[in-house]
Write a protein that binds this ligand. Structure first.
Ligand code: VAH
Length: 316
């Protein structure tokens, strides 16, 4: 049985749907601190739990005899800057609970998401290597770097089979994202359809590593399905697909919506973006467990605009 913690989030909600498609509805238990609005939570097993509460997590694992846990609950970069103590507690305590349950033999396999936010202003910014200087300057990045260190420690010391990916900015249309710096790349599609214009909170030449959600879900399933001996990196794998600036995504949108215009009004999130890489070298993920992305910028823009237009019509 599979448990997803944080199933209502931007990644969690799509991961729940995909895992239920692969493993069967009743073999995938969705959980979150709040009930999701998506129908996927009315159709399959759902538990309302606080990822920071060890007993609640342990009892759900016991109740369903869970073997695999995907821990997707966290505070993202922008929100974490406003709530440092809570962000540290949520991001770290939830991880310790799951790692300790695995150490006690209660869980067989764990997926834990890291992020390109583990890199900082002193990290080489172009084609950032798998192993390099990492001095994250955000609350979120610090928690992700610490989490990677603990994942590798629990694997080396206790044989815990925990697997991790450093997600780039993720773009999707099904669930509104919550508090990420890269989320301008989601907002821009909504505003392009609704208002034909967008004021971007990052400057026009801010290049960031990005990926369409379907690719991120594909990578998550792939790393968890790979034989353990193929997972040679137990901190977290670099993963990459796209790298683009707000100006470039605006140009891509204009090929579909010619009257679309963009303005720039950088806010506190500009400093967060400036501390992150522009592009990532993910050759180890490609070598070790056969990763490759399917979506390029054009395919992503077409998919986003098509699906969002339908979704926004429905909600009118
Ligand atoms: C954020 N979307 O912006 C997340 C992600 C790399 C960025 O971690 O915080």
């Amino acid at each position: 049985k599979i448990l997803i913690i944080g199933a209502c989030g931007q990644i969690g909600s799509e991961l729940t749907a995909k895992l239920r498609e692969i493993y069967g509805l009743n073999n995938v238990i969705a959980s979150d601190i709040r009930k999701g609005e998506q129908k996927v939570f009315e159709t399959g097993p759902f538990e309302q739990i606080d990822a920071m509460d060890f007993n609640q997590v342990a009892s759900v694992i016991e109740k369903y005899q869970v073997t695999d846990v995907y821990l997707m609950a966290a505070l993202l970069s922008a929100t974490a800057e406003k709530n440092p103590a809570f962000a540290w507690d949520l991001n770290m305590n939830s991880l310790f609970h799951v790692l300790n349950l695995a150490k006690e033999g209660k869980i067989k396999k764990i997926f834990w998401p890291s992020s390109i936010a583990v890199f900082g202003p002193t990290t080489p910014r172009i084609d950032t290597p798998q192993f390099t200087v990492m001095e994250p300057s955000t609350v979120y990045g610090i928690s992700k770097q610490a989490g990677e260190r603990w994942c590798e420690y629990y694997f080396n010391k206790f044989g815990v089979d925990v697997r991790s990916i450093r997600y780039p900015g993720l773009i999707s249309w099904t669930t509104a994202p919550g508090g990420g710096t890269t989320d301008y790349a989601v907002d821009i599609y909504y505003k392009a359809i609704e208002d034909k214009k967008y004021t971007c909170f990052l400057s026009e030449n801010t290049a960031l590593p990005m990926m369409y959600m379907d690719d991120a879900i594909k990578a998550t399933v792939a790393i968890m399905q790979a034989p353990a001996e193929q997972i040679k990196i137990r901190s977290s794998y670099n993963l990459s697909a796209l790298s683009f600036t707000p100006a470039e995504i605006a140009t891509s949108i204009k090929t579909h919506i010619p009257e679309f215009t963009i303005a720039y009004d950088p806010d506190f999130r500009q400093a967060i973006a400036d501390s992150w890489p522009a592009s990532i070298d993910d050759s180890r993920a490609r070598e070790d467990w056969g990763w490759k992305n399917d979506f390029d910028m054009e395919k992503m823009t077409e998919t986003m605009l098509t699906n969002l237009t339908a979704k926004l019509q429905v909600n009118k």
